[in-house]
Design a protein around this ligand. Sequence first.
Ligand SMILES: Nc1ncnc2c1ncn2[C@@H]1O[C@H](COP(=O)(O)OP(=O)(O)O)[C@@H](O)[C@H]1O
Ligand SMILES: [Mg+2]
Length: 236
Amino acid sequence: MRSVLEVQNLNVRYGEIHAVKGVSLRVEKGEIVALIGANGAGKTSTLSAIMGMIRAEGSVKFMGKDIERFSPWKRAQMGLSIVPERARVFPNMTVLENLEVGAYLVKDKKVFKERLEWVYDIFPRLRERQKQLALTLSGGEKQMLAIGRSLMNKPKLLLIDEISLGLMPKLVDEIFQILIKLNESGITLLISEQNTKKALEISSRAYVLQNGRVVKEGPSGELKEDEEIRKAYLGV
Ligand SMILES: Nc1ncnc2c1ncn2[C@@H]1O[C@H](COP(=O)(O)OP(=O)(O)O)[C@@H](O)[C@H]1O
Ligand SMILES: [Mg+2]
């Protein structure tokens, strides 16, 4: 049993709108898996449903356990975490205070210190700016803080929803490098992206969402060469 996450026949509805239509996907331990698709394809709905933040039908197994009836809090306790789309940091709190908020499941002071050091090692810029108010951070640094906050509970699986949205290309490269580093330090990742090129570069496998359905899936290296994907998503 190596699957960290196994989603079967997931459906999300907002009234009349059927946003996620029978999505099935899995994430194995140690992987970076990408969920790619255009605006409105259902990426956010899928990740939110996995985290338990919105109502959904279907089976969601995390670490071999059925979690679809669990609250987001319970899922977090089990080791699931999310960096939501356009994640906001608390502007009038310092970097350190933001990270403290993220550590809401950490009771032990020593564990907290270790986690903090771990996050600061991943994001040295956050260490340098730990006493600064979050509102003084650049766009990229705010994203790093949003990720850092989600890391404070040391998740087994981190869901990251369109982290590159609205970032300048140079920052996008930097953030994706960080995701690779994170993965190398033992965090399994499921990322949603509209930046198909980058997502396929850093992931081992990917699922392509279109109008709420998985229309393609496979090793990212193969999808990169796929004629339809090249036309529709890579612009070549
Ligand atoms: N809270 C909501 N209420 C009604 N419709 C929604 C809501 N959130 C998303 N949708 C619709 O569901 C579909 C999928 O949206 P979303 O999951 O945000 O896609 P993506 O993240 O890929 O852009 C879209 O048609 C969107 O308009
Ligand atoms: Mg979205």
